[in-house]
Design a protein around this ligand. Structure first.
Ligand SMILES: C[S@@+](CC[C@H](N)C(=O)[O-])C[C@H]1O[C@@H](n2cnc3c(N)ncnc32)[C@H](O)[C@@H]1O
Length: 205
């Protein structure tokens, strides 16, 4: 299969991994939500070899993720697992319920694509199933105090709306409120290139 390609992943993978090396330094098992092309999973599992990286996404994206994983596994990668089917709106994520103790969760560029009710569902699941002490790292664009952080983010939000009125750049404060309700304490809000952020929380209760 032709491997799907995201230039954004190439551009942001190093700045993201610079932070993940620190905040996932003592982690073992990462669940990635919305793996997309699979490029991030391949890159992060390679530069963070102490981690077991579990991809997931809607089933429609699995052929592309698997195409990237085929090459990585053939090249000897041993810490990356085939994608799970995971729709955040569906209750009872099997991977978190199965006893596989994931102690970290990562997702990039997903909250502004999924609907707000899906974002709420995601944090409800984290509240229910994520173990105490787990680290959650979420990358993407966010608004602060109801304002865009750049003109390019405002234009991007306009394009998102045209593609789906349910997609939108999310307010940091609203997302952090969901996180707090889910027992997550904000540890870091890292500035990233191209007006993105990398938010990091720890599950405390
Ligand atoms: C813009 S892509 C980001 C992909 C990848 N993480 C990246 O940074 O390139 C948005 C992703 O969100 C996923 N997504 C949308 N709705 C979802 C849902 N309800 N549950 C899980 N993933 C969802 C899509 O399948 C897609 O992979």
């Amino acid at each position: 299969m032709h491997k799907p390609f995201s230039q954004a992943c190439v551009n942001n993978q190093q700045p993201i991994s610079d932070v993940l090396k620190r905040v996932f330094g003592d982690r073992q098992q990462v669940l990635e939500i919305a793996s997309g092309t699979g490029q991030h999973a391949v890159h992060f599992s390679a530069v963070l070899p102490h981690l077991q990286w579990q991809c997931s996404d809607l089933a429609v994206n699995h052929p592309g993720i698997n195409a990237w994983l085929d090459d990585a596994l053939q090249a000897g990668a041993s810490n990356i697992a085939r994608p799970l089917t995971l729709d955040v709106t569906q209750p009872g994520w099997p991977c978190l319920m199965s006893g596989a103790r994931c102690d970290a969760l990562f997702s990039a560029n997903s909250l502004h694509i999924m609907s707000w009710s899906a974002v709420e569902a995601l944090f409800t699941q984290l509240n229910t199933y994520l173990p105490i002490g787990a680290i959650v790292a979420i990358y993407g664009p966010f608004n602060y105090n109801g304002c865009y952080t750049s003109e390019s983010n405002q234009q991007f939000d306009g394009r998102l709306y045209l593609r789906s009125p349910l997609s939108a750049i999310r307010d940091f404060e609203a997302v952090n409120a969901l996180a707090q309700d889910a027992g997550l304490e904000l540890l870091e809000d890292n500035a990233m290139p191209a007006n993105n952020r990398l938010l990091v929380w720890r599950k405390t209760c």
